[in-house]
Design a protein around this ligand. Structure first.
Ligand SMILES: [Zn+2]
Length: 197
């Protein structure tokens, strides 16, 4: 059986299932946390279902789980979260990309003769073999050369989810600026990566 009562915060008539009697619920109108009475205090009329409290507490911490109805405040919280995640991922991807570029610039004198030693039409495997021989003659493959492909891979692994989050975030009004900034950063990363090559 349902309990009907007026929200003490906004006075709107609301209804909860009797399993929520004397427990905390969220008002669907003002989103205030209120305690449902043990029994109905008003006559049934045009009533709206009050949402269980856990829906509200969950939505303030993280996006509402699927299946839960999302109100405007929950949607904006999720939108802002997605936009922030997009910006953080895009910034991290860009940072790794810039770091790779700096690494290549610093070691350009070592890379240049390697690139020049490759005759046109040489396949990748022969090229790799030649380079490995070159480094072995100099006492092993340097750490930066091992780190470089991992940095580029890491940059891509951050960039892709960042781009997806940015596209999702742009659809929410809350945090749209952040999502647009993330999109711009996501556009810079591939351009920068191509300039490295
Ligand atoms: Zn209310």
């Amino acid at each position: 059986m349902a309990i009907q009562f007026a929200c003490p915060g906004c006075q709107q008539p609301i209804e909860v299932d009797d399993t929520w009697a004397q427990r905390q619920v969220a008002c669907p109108y003002c989103r205030r946390t209120i305690t449902a009475p043990a029994a109905s205090t008003i006559e049934p009329g045009a009533l709206h279902q009050a949402s269980p409290l856990r829906e509200v507490t969950a939505s303030t911490a993280s996006p509402a789980p699927p299946g839960w109805a999302t109100g405007p405040s929950e949607g904006s919280t999720a939108g802002r979260g997605v936009a922030t995640a997009a910006l953080a991922l895009a910034l991290a991807a860009l940072a790794l990309c810039v770091a790779s570029k700096i690494l290549i610039r610093t070691h350009l004198p070592e890379i240049q003769p390697m690139l020049e030693s490759v005759e046109p039409g040489t396949d990748i495997l022969t090229m790799q073999k030649k380079w490995i021989e070159h480094f072995e003659s100099q006492g092993g493959i340097p750490g930066w050369m091992i780190a470089l492909p991992w940095m580029l891979l890491g940059s891509f692994c951050l960039w892709l989810p960042g781009l997806i989050c940015a596209i999702l975030g742009v659809r929410h009004p809350a945090g749209r600026n952040r999502a647009v900034a993330a999109l711009v950063l996501c556009a810079i990363v591939p351009v920068l990566t191509c300039c490295i090559m």
